[in-house]
Design a protein around this ligand. Structure first.
Ligand SMILES: Cc1cc2nc3c(=O)[nH]c(=O)nc-3n(C[C@H](O)[C@H](O)[C@H](O)COP(=O)(O)OP(=O)(O)OC[C@H]3O[C@@H](n4cnc5c(N)ncnc54)[C@H](O)[C@@H]3O)c2cc1C
Length: 423
């Protein structure tokens, strides 16, 4: 892999997500050799993927080159590779570009889409975990509008204009709201040959309310906002089958749709090679102690979504959102330095800063520990927090410009089929 030999201890970090980049920043220019490995050469700001899917933002404003993050770190290296296996007895990993030994290994590989074993849904639906997938959704939505404009029959047109989103967690709710804004603001202006009333957005959720991870107050408000935007919400509804056209569910509800977006869940993306009981079955997450050490491995750590650390307050582990990943990455950085200096490690304590979701223009919900609210102020807070969390000054400026432009003009300007999606 062409990493120079040195006398410094080598820390290998697998994954440049929220956990990985916050860890790598903490280890900058210390007495360590750091190797960051990711199968992509950029960090993805996943919370705004839905805006790429719905033509609100260009993908380059939510992605950031990993090499740029480490450009001033003299002893840090980046390698574009997929890590395929860990050989813990040899302190070595096997990657798609070769082998590499480590003194400390940190696994920060996050999650992948969970289809719960349904192969038909996996092969016919649209996931939204990566930038290329978000671009595929954007292309498919716009291609469907074009196909609807030339459809021969009402049934055919309806299938192109029926959008089904499965999973009403924050991702599903945000995407449903954004697609509804395409229907309400863009279709009447750009597509004179289509009737916006023919377009339907269905949001399907297995639980009895939208936003199940948030408070009942937030669910109620979000359902009201979605209703106002024209999204049809179906709770207590599971998709049983999808063949690329017909959606069948556990209830009488069936419908024809060319687009089914799967936002119903994620599962961990562990790397092969550790003992079977290091990974918790079902969740596919590494069982870690309060220092993020993988059980039974003194020099292997896991951070972020892939780590499952239980505590009295979080008996099922921390939520798989950005804040635990950021906070664990930061603390592990300090702890690795403490380990090298033979100092005792500090345990991880999660500081919950609350949760939020936006449903559309002036519409969002925020759950803080002692205060829950929704509406314009919540939307403003949502925008501010997301803007400030984006990686890179340029990205923040571009996103702020786009949001301001879109807000004033009721527009979503990135309506481009750059790379047509083939089903
Ligand atoms: C659509 C969507 C919307 C979301 N919205 C929100 C939100 O609004 N608020 C919020 O707090 N959280 C949100 N989340 C969750 C949040 O993005 C995750 O909790 C967070 O990204 C976890 O960080 P991580 O570092 O653990 O993993 P990730 O950020 O997923 O990073 C993992 C990295 O590992 C790399 N990788 C994986 N396997 C390998 C391998 N074998 N070899 C090399 N590289 C590998 C990947 O390429 C990736 O760069 C959302 C997630 C999604 C998918």
């Amino acid at each position: 892999m062409n990493i120079p030999q040195s006398n410094l201890p080598r820390v290998v970090i697998v994954g440049g997500g929220f956990a990985g980049i916050n860890l790598v920043k903490r280890l900058a220019n210390k007495n360590l050799q750091v190797v960051l490995i990711d199968k992509r050469n950029y960090h993805t700001f996943q919370p705004l993927l839905y805006q790429v899917s719905s033509s609100g933002l260009e993908p380059d404003s939510i992605a950031y080159p990993l090499r740029k993050i480490i450009k001033k770190h003299k002893t840090t290296f980046f390698r574009l590779a997929e890590v395929e296996q860990i050989l813990p007895d040899k302190n070595e990993i096997i990657t798609s570009i070769g082998h590499l030994t480590y003194d400390y290994l940190v696994i920060a590989t996050g999650t992948k889409t969970n289809y719960f074993g349904n192969k038909a849904i996996e092969s016919s639906s649209m996931p939204m975990k990566t930038v290329p997938q978000a671009l595929d959704i954007r292309s498919l939505i716009l291609q469907n509008f074009e196909k609807a404009a030339i459809a021969d029959s009402k049934e055919e047109r309806e299938a192109f204009l029926n959008f089904v989103i499965v999973g009403a967690g924050p991702t599903g709710v945000e995407l449903a709201g954004a697609i509804a804004e395409l229907k309400n603001n863009i279709l009447p202006r750009d597509y004179h040959d289509l009737n916006p009333d023919d377009m339907h957005i269905h949001l399907l959720e297995g639980a009895d309310r939208v936003l199940p991870p948030m408070s009942k107050h937030a669910s109620k408000k979000a359902a009201k906002f979605l209703n106002k935007l024209g999204v049809k919400v179906h709770c207590n509804t599971f998709v049983k089958h999808y063949d690329g056209l017909t959606v069948t569910t556990n209830s009488d509800l069936t419908m024809e749709s060319e687009t089914l977006i799967w936002a119903a869940g994620v599962t961990g993306a562990p790397v092969q090679g550790l003992k079977a009981d290091a990974v918790i079955a079902g969740a596919n997450r590494y069982k870690v102690n309060q220092f993020n050490q993988v059980e039974d491995y003194a020099n292997i750590f896991a951070v972020g979504d892939i780590a499952l650390m239980t505590s009295e307050e979080y008996p099922k582990g921390h939520p798989q959102v950005a804040q635990p990943a950021i906070q664990q990455g930061e603390l592990l950085g300090k702890n690795i330095l403490r380990l090298i200096e033979n100092k005792p490690l500090k345990p991880f304590v999660y500081k919950d800063k609350g949760s939020m979701a936006t449903i559309g223009r002036n519409k969002a919900v925020v759950d803080l520990k002692h205060y829950k609210f929704g509406g314009f102020f919540a939307w403003f807070i949502w925008m501010f927090v997301h803007l400030m969390s984006l990686v890179g000054f340029r990205n923040r400026v571009i996103v702020l410009f786009n949001w301001t432009y879109n807000y004033i003009n009721f527009d979503k300007a990135a309506r481009l089929i750059i790379r047509p999606f083939k089903k």
